[in-house]
Design a protein around this ligand. Structure first.
Ligand code: PLP
Length: 277
């Protein structure tokens, strides 16, 4: 399989990065993930803009337009022009002798790869999620490659037999380890506000838009852990998760068997219609 590294398309085995790359040493980099469905990137513009915004947030000067222009070259060489794919992009600050402060005149390391990838029409999986402390730092809005807080939470959830971890900071549910979290209560949708404690998920935004068009009232307010059992429905959102119903969260069971809540179902159908548009 082929990857794109700093302007060249190479076999993955031939793509080399220095051990002094700050992405490797410090997790000093930004990443992005998007999917191309039936020939077009789904909300591609929003993903490219988020990548650009995140690079700006951490002071990496890199033009994403070079990446954008090179995706089709990569797809062609990788033999993936005609399939649905997942695109992973990473830009690290670059390679320099190890020191914490940002080195002057450093050239970013830019990397992307494509994977054949198919999404189900609707994610019919009912997620079982663990509720765990959010041990990450206070800039969860930055889509950075240092994901230790996220991977430790996810691993703990998986080890406990769950599909995903939902995280709690100061008694409130923030988000999942790689997804955003929504609740439904009395016909209203609740999700954590966009701030430093969550990633501004593109699928979260899409879901809020769909709710608006379906006339479902939305409150961007965090739900307290102690109120989980008062909620009627809950679901996760994410680029590859799409909209996934939560069957159980911690000790609370929302639905038994394969049942999915009515508002979750409406949003899933609206999301499907949007993909097929
Ligand atoms: N929250 C976190 C921590 C994530 O890593 C992700 C995506 O990977 C999301 C939320 C969902 O974001 P998006 O819908 O843009 O994929």
């Amino acid at each position: 399989s082929h990857v794109w590294l700093n302007g060249a398309v190479l076999p993955a085995e031939a793509a080399k990065i220095s051990v002094f790359d700050r992405g490797f040493l410090f997790g000093d980099g930004i990443y992005e993930v998007m999917v191309r469905l039936q020939g077009r990137f789904f909300y591609g513009e929003a993903h490219w803009e988020r990548l650009e915004r995140n690079l700006e947030k951490i002071g990496i000067a890199y033009s994403v337009s070079l990446l954008r222009q090179n995706v089709s070259d990569l797809a062609q060489v990788a033999g993936l022009l005609d399939q649905d794919v997942l695109l992973y992009i990473q830009v690290s600050r670059g390679t320099a002798p190890r020191q914490h402060a940002f080195p002057k005149d450093i050239t970013p390391t830019a990397f992307m790869y494509l994977l054949p990838f198919s999404l189900p029409d609707v994610n019919t999986k009912r997620m079982e999620v663990s509720v765990l402390p959010d041990q990450r730092w206070e800039r969860c809005d930055i889509k950075m490659t240092s994901l230790l807080g996220n991977v430790m939470a996810k691993d703990s959830a998986v080890t406990g037999g769950a599909h995903e971890a939902v995280l709690v900071r100061n008694g409130k549910i923030t988000e999942g380890s790689h997804s955003n979290v929504f609740f439904v209560k009395d016909g209203e949708l609740f999700t954590h506000p966009k701030n430093r404690f969550i990633l501004d998920g593109i699928t979260r935004d899409i879901t809020l838009e769909l709710a608006g068009s379906l006339g479902i009232p939305v409150r961007e307010e965090a739900v307290a852990q102690i109120d989980i059992s008062q909620m009627d429905e809950a679901f996760l959102t994410g680029t590859s998760t799409q909209i996934a119903a939560i069957g159980r969260m911690g000790t609370h069971t929302f639905f038994e068997g394969s049942e999915i809540g009515p508002i979750t179902q409406r949003l899933q159908q609206a999301f499907l219609a949007l993909k097929n548009q």
